[in-house]
Design a protein around this ligand. Structure first.
Ligand code: ADP
Length: 386
């Protein structure tokens, strides 16, 4: 695989075969691209839409070498890879988009925070531990942040797994023990008024496209619903767009990045974290934007021109369908009810059903006079029963 093949890109390797890769399927067909997916299980959602599959764990470097041999470019739907191990492949000509530098930066929440600070973007107050510090070091670092604070694993956290609020100093040591003294970030607890997110894409030519800012709402630290566009005061969305452009340019991004932020009571924006791939907060774009985030990822990594990102309706809401503590057939009965809802599109990822697992989502699009909050509540009443 060599650089001069880039303008003939036909086959895209995707590391990770979950729902994000599955949702690239339609866009790949539209663009005439073939997807080769590296994923551990035959039953993973994207196996169904893949041209072919390398059945192996995400971080299996030898498997990625075999993926590279079959593809013109490699992109990611999952960032939990072995960046150091993949370096040799990059040095011998494999094209990774986004680059391994971006992936390496994003993999450690400490490096993300340092990078945001370095390029002048606003962080919550934070400190970090490498894991070999004493109890006294921990107490001293926590004292600087103040309580309550949030302790987060620096690597491999997702959906709030590895994120805990520490209310007071007396809980600190036991929480650190529960984290098994892995490297963690300590950061101020932000009493946000809203959580916002934005997707940004950048092409190989350096063109940048920013999606509308959305509001995300989490339940138990897991994204439950997303409102597009975010209902915020004038000026907030243009500042979000500015953050997105700065990040895309400073990262020399090729591909898409999801950016999650906190909006404080007095409308300060603080960055929470970024993801170097399509993102749950951008699923609405499949039904409500001119170019979905999945098509945009494929366009940018395959040297195609970037697509327009404007909304095709006035408003949209996306609700995640998480696994319930109920029998399988109860999930399917509820899906039948959701299918009947007007102005909606239902996505069911056909994963094994487990309580709390992201199994699907539904998007509803609206005119200007409709109430997306009430619509989200109606969907959740059907699915979650309250
Ligand atoms: P993950 O990487 O597992 O998704 P996040 O850092 O995004 O973890 O945290 C998950 C959720 O926890 C956030 O969406 C937010 O609701 C809450 N959270 C995280 N950090 C903070 C913070 N510093 N202050 C307040 N709430 C936070």
């Amino acid at each position: 695989m060599a650089q001069d093949k880039a303008n003939l890109i036909k086959r895209v390797g995707v590391i990770g075969g979950g729902q994000l890769a599955w949702m690239m399927g339609q866009a790949a067909q539209k663009l005439g691209l073939e997807l080769v997916v590296q994923t551990p299980q035959e039953t993973d959602p994207a196996v169904a839409i893949a041209h072919s599959t390398v059945l192996a764990p995400i971080a299996d470097v030898a498997a990625t070498a075999s993926l590279a041999a079959q593809c013109d470019v490699i992109t990611f739907e999952n960032e939990f890879i072995d960046c150091a191990g993949l370096q040799t492949l990059a040095e011998s000509g494999t094209i990774f988009r986004p680059s391994l530098d971006v992936l390496t930066l994003v993999l450690d929440k400490r490096h993300q925070r340092e990078f945001f600070a370095q390029i002048g973007l606003p962080n919550p107050r934070y400190n970090y531990l490498d894991g070999d510090e004493s109890e006294a070091d921990l107490a001293a670092k926590a004292e600087i942040i103040g309580f309550p604070l949030v302790m987060k694993t620096r690597r491999l956290g997702y959906d709030g797994q590895g994120t805990t609020v520490v209310k007071e100093a007396s809980e600190l040591s036991a929480t650190w023990d529960r984290f098994d003294h892995v490297p963690v970030l300590l950061e101020e607890f932000v009493p946000f008024k809203q959580e916002l997110a934005v997707m940004v894409a950048r092409s190989t030519q350096g063109d940048v496209a920013v999606y509308p800012t959305v509001e995300t709402q989490q339940v138990d630290q897991v994204c439950r619903r997303v409102f597009a566009p975010a209902r915020v005061r004038a000026g907030v969305d243009s500042r979000m767009e500015g953050i997105a452009r700065t990040l895309a340019e400073q990262l020399q991004l090729v591909g898409v990045v999801g950016i999650e932020c906190f909006l404080t009571q007095n409308d300060r924006i603080l960055i929470n974290e970024i993801a170097p791939r399509t993102h749950n907060s951008g699923h609405y774009s499949l039904d409500a934007c001119q170019t979905s985030q999945f098509e945009q990822q494929l366009r940018t990594v395959s040297d195609r021109p970037i697509g327009p990102t404007t909304l095709t309706c006035s408003q949209a809401v996306m609700v995640n369908l998480l696994g319930l503590d109920e029998p399988e057939d109860s999930h399917h009965r509820k899906l039948q009810v959701l299918k009947e809802l007007p102005q909606s599109t239902l996505y069911w990822y056909t994963k094994d059903i487990r309580p709390g697992r992201k199994l699907g989502h539904i998007t509803q699009c609206f005119g200007p006079a409709e109430d997306p909050t009430a619509a989200a509540a109606a969907i959740e009443a059907i699915w979650y029963g309250s």
